[in-house]
Design a protein around this ligand. Structure first.
Ligand code: NDP
Length: 312
């Protein structure tokens, strides 16, 4: 069976950065790209906040750059999805695509988190044309425009507040008659005169000939006084939570109640020595390309130390 010194799972900024560092350290990393090669950034257009690109760079280009940089240092980048792991045995045993198996002395989990969508066909239809799940990434394009944010948690309040600093008007579409967000975030939203909170509102579709021009909403869905109307907007932001991609690791790796990997004391170490987590899969707070890249670097340095300490 093939044995590798470092297996990196995931191909976002965390995974590729870990591959660049472990590659340069002569560890000959093997990286499996997963379902969406390049990760979440491949679904955004312009990235203007990654340091080193004063003119901006497209998400796919940035990821392609990181990928070729990793390959330059000898990373073996492969297509495939990790379908099973056994972290009880050493070296760790990993199954790829439900068929191939390999052994790994160390593992870096960088499988990311996926934004949740409502599941409307229109979200796909207008993907990259007015639909976004990341205000920090795309808010800039809505300066002096009107946007809607869906959700009633801390993320939704934070995104609405951020967007209010750019947009002319922000609607917050909340399906319940109250916000779930922390009191401080609620106060921030309620005290912002650019934000209008529409309680008991569900988005059921989008319209527009050239990108999003509005959202079909239902007020008090299922009640006797249910009403439907159209709200003109330029941008539609989902903020109904993220789902970390941790299912296959959960039997071995400690995760919090929402599935995020728990790491130790600000390091990428998990509860299993030799298995590290980097990027959004272990980050409920920041979820930025640059923070993911930073944690991929940390994980690679941890791998290097672990291999030396264990004579591997
Ligand atoms: P949450 O799960 O806390 O909130 C999700 C929100 O989306 C809820 O209001 C929920 O409604 C709504 N929602 C879910 N599904 C749908 C749907 N299909 N249609 C309409 N609305 C829907 O997720 P968050 O991402 O907001 O937060 C995740 C965690 O991260 C939380 O623990 C949060 O506190 C934390 N966080 C903290 C921040 C901070 O402290 N600055 C910033 C961001 C996040 P309902 O209430 O009806 O279920």
């Amino acid at each position: 069976m093939e044995r590798v010194r470092c297996l990196i799972i995931g191909s976002g900024p965390a995974g590729y950065t870990a591959a660049i560092y472990t590659g340069r350290a002569n560890i000959s990393p093997v990286l499996y790209e997963g379902l969406q090669a390049g990760g979440q950034l491949t679904t955004t257009t312009e990235v203007e906040n990654f340091p080193g690109f004063p003119e901006g760079v497209t998400g796919p280009q940035l990821m392609e750059n990181m990928r070729s940089q990793a390959m330059k240092f000898g990373a073996d980048i492969r297509m495939g999805i990790v379908t099973k792991v056994d972290f009880n045995q050493r070296p760790f045993k990993i199954e790829i695509d439900e068929e191939k198996e390999l052994l790994a002395d160390t593992v870096i989990i960088a499988t990311g988190a996926s934004a949740k969508y409502l599941g409307l066909d229109d979200e796909k239809k207008y993907a990259g044309m007015g639909v976004s799940a990341c205000a920090t990434c795309d808010g800039f394009f809505y300066r002096n425009k009107t946007v809607a944010v869906v959700g009633g948690g801390d993320t939704a309040c934070e995104e609405a507040t951020y967007l209010a600093g750019l947009a002319r008007k922000v609607y917050l579409l909340v399906r319940k008659p109250y916000l779930r967000a922390s009191k401080i975030m609620q106060d921030r939203v309620m005290g912002n005169d650019k934000i209008e909170v529409l309680f008991e509102h569900n988005a059921v579709g989008l319209y527009g000939d050239n990108g999003v021009e509005g959202v079909h909403v239902v007020r008090r869905k299922g009640e006797a006084d249910e009403t439907r109307y159209d709200l003109p907007i330029d941008g539609f932001f989902l903020a109904i939570g993220h789902r970390p991609n941790t299912e296959v690791f959960a039997p071995f790796i400690d995760c919090d109640e929402t599935g995020y990997i728990i790491t130790k004391d600000g390091t990428p170490r998990t509860n299993v020595a030799g298995v590290f987590a980097a990027g959004d899969v272990a980050d409920t707070q920041y979820r930025q390309a640059v923070t993911a890249a930073g944690s991929g670097c940390k994980a690679a340095i941890e791998v290097e130390r672990y291999l030396v300490e264990n004579g591997l």
